[in-house]
Design a protein around this ligand. Structure first.
Ligand code: ADP
Ligand code: MG
Length: 282
């Protein structure tokens, strides 16, 4: 696997789906870890007041000294919230319950959807002071299960959305709404936003339903669906209670392999995108 050219700058992904329990947090944790294991430098921004990504990456509540609430409330820079997590090259900007109280505090601010974008812009600028090998290459934003101002901040700040879809009966329910939100953000807050990919999660190859849902999601999203499918795997669900990403909890599990494959697929897609952009510029 080739490393992304970090001099090419940071790529920011919002892991978004307003449905709860579809695998957003699990994907942010384990894709982040897999990317870091592949040699990338990765920051996971926990934008869910529940803080599950922070816990799952091994940062307990008492260690969340500077949180995403502090960052969005303008009291701290994102760099200050960056906490080393799980494995070298991986960082988390942890969240606390305070984040749930942010919305009414910023509701009247004209730039309320841009707090995270501005914080990431400062981070990008400060990264330029580091040697290229020490710069972050990926930011993954773990969104809450809602289309709240927090999710809008994530979509306004992101280069692309990464959408986990659970292989279950109501999988496509709500996807239309998410697509409309992404279209709205594209038309207003962030014209550069695209859907990077849709990742099928909790797939059970033994059931006809899982396979039918996978087919249906592919016919809706076409090429946007990643080839890698995340299987339903009990080890994935067990890992967070040990405060470890799956790769550290059980690197031989089917779930670990799937998230490593997803990271490889992502890096390949990114390289293709960068090559296409370079060819266009030449
Ligand atoms: P979201 O962030 O979208 O609400 P989570 O990532 O928290 O969803 O996942 C919901 C629940 O499903 C969690 O308990 C998680 O451990 C479990 N889970 C997620 N992905 C898998 C999987 N591939 N196999 C088994 N359990 C999973
Ligand atoms: Mg979550």
């Amino acid at each position: 696997m080739t490393k992304r050219n970090q001099a090419a700058g940071l790529r920011v992904f919002a892991v978004a789906n307003q449905k709860g329990g579809v695998g957003k947090t699990t994907t942010a944790i384990n894709l982040g870890t897999a990317l870091a294991a592949a040699g990338e430098r990765v920051l996971v921004i926990d934008l869910d007041p529940q803080g599950n990504a922070s816990t799952g990456l091994g940062v307990p509540e008492e260690a969340r000294h500077v949180s995403t609430y502090d960052v969005l409330a303008g009291a701290a820079a994102l760099e200050q919230a960056m906490t080393p997590a799980a494995i070298p090259g991986l960082f988390v900007a942890p969240s606390t319950r305070d984040l749930a109280g942010l919305e009414p505090e910023i509701a009247a601010a004209p730039n309320r959807a841009y707090f995270l974008r501005d914080a990431i812009a400062s981070l990008r600028a400060s990264e330029l002071d580091r040697a290229p090998a020490d710069r972050l290459s990926y930011v993954l934003i773990d969104c809450p299960p809602s289309l709240s101002i927090l999710t809008l901040n994530a979509l306004a700040a992101a280069d692309a959305a990464l959408v986990p879809v659970q292989c279950e009966f109501f999988a496509l329910e709500g996807i239309q709404q998410l697509k409309e939100t992404i279209d709205f953000v594209q038309a207003s807050l962030n014209p550069g936003l695209e859907i990077h990919g849709v990742v099928l999660t909790m797939h059970d190859g033994r059931t006809r339903l899982s396979n039918e849902v996978a087919t249906e999601v592919r016919s809706f999203f076409g090429q946007k669906v990643y080839d890698t499918i995340i299987p339903r795997n009990v080890r994935i669900a067990e890992a967070p209670s040990h405060g470890k990403p799956l790769l550290l909890y059980d690197h031989t599990s089917a779930g670990s392999k799937a998230y490593m494959d997803l990271a490889a697929e992502m890096i390949t897609r990114e390289a293709a995108t960068a090559a296409a952009a370079a060819a266009k510029a030449a």
